[in-house]
Design a binder for this molecule. Sequence first.
Ligand SMILES: *[C@@H]1O[C@H](CO)[C@@H](O)[C@H](O)[C@H]1NC(C)=O
Ligand SMILES: *[C@@H]1O[C@H](CO)[C@@H](O)[C@H](O)[C@H]1NC(C)=O
Ligand SMILES: *[C@@H]1O[C@H](CO)[C@@H](O)[C@H](O)[C@H]1NC(C)=O
Ligand SMILES: *[C@@H]1O[C@H](CO)[C@@H](O)[C@H](O)[C@H]1NC(C)=O
Length: 264
Amino acid sequence: CGALGWPRAVQLMMLFSVFKGNTELPTAVNITWSSINFKTILQWQPKPSGYFYTVEIHGQTSDTKKKCTLTTETECDVTDALRNVKETYTAHILSVQSTGMDNFEEPPFASSEKFTPYNQTVLGKPEIQHYTQDSKLNIVFQDPLTPYMFPNGSFQSIRDIFKHDLEYKLYYWKDQSSGKKDATTKSNTFEISVDNKNNYCFYIQAIIPSRRENRTGQESMVLCTSVGRTILDGMYLVNYVMLSLALQEKSALIFEYISYFLEV
Ligand SMILES: *[C@@H]1O[C@H](CO)[C@@H](O)[C@H](O)[C@H]1NC(C)=O
Ligand SMILES: *[C@@H]1O[C@H](CO)[C@@H](O)[C@H](O)[C@H]1NC(C)=O
Ligand SMILES: *[C@@H]1O[C@H](CO)[C@@H](O)[C@H](O)[C@H]1NC(C)=O
Ligand SMILES: *[C@@H]1O[C@H](CO)[C@@H](O)[C@H](O)[C@H]1NC(C)=O
């Protein structure tokens, strides 16, 4: 005889319907990790209708962390659950009927692929701060920042995390030519001997030689030097002055023209 006085068969039926109700919830598909400079977003399908998703991040050694509890979105920023960047994580996307059901049954879930931030986050574009050219091409650039902070509140750069695993590659070429050369540095500057009569174009990308996948990062914007710059600037100024003079004359003419009609 059951504790609540229900016949055994009814109890089983109730249990079965709860179980059945849960397993019929759609589970997430097409789960993807998008990660750049350690900012990591998990995305999946389909949009929920009449249920919710909750994300669980399972590490190898750290405790399971819940993120985006009972969300109706199909993405979740899991950055702060992946702080131990060398650990390998798996995400479970739980499909949950409603707030009350949460504790009754294991909700159905789908598992993501494994993700190791240190090995898989994409290296973002380096930011070029300053460049000059005479017989040397000098470039100063900054490490991309991560969303992780030091205790003092300043953001850690990718170098603070990758340390000696991080390098940068410079690709440079004479303006109007296609033969690219390259150079590598572990610092934040390049100093390359060049022909001081030519302009050069270049871009930079971070690289982690020890990685097997995603070794090279995103390319910075392409910039070009202009050794003839002062002369060109002078010509530009002259042209600009002449153009403004011409425009002024023209507007004076238009003004006369309008005045003429108004008088008539
Ligand atoms: C999952 O991805 C496949 C291939 O891109 C697509 O055909 C399918 O519609 C996606 N599923 C959902 C539920 O969006
Ligand atoms: C914060 O701490 C880091 C690491 O100790 C240090 O490199 C950085 O300069 C500090 N930033 C500020 C604003 O004090
Ligand atoms: C991360 O990359 C390093 C170097 O390629 C490799 O030795 C290590 O096994 C990788 N870790 C994982 C979890 O893939
Ligand atoms: C990173 O590597 C994976 C596996 O090789 C690849 O599918 C993905 O497109 C790469 N991501 C980028 C941004 O290059």
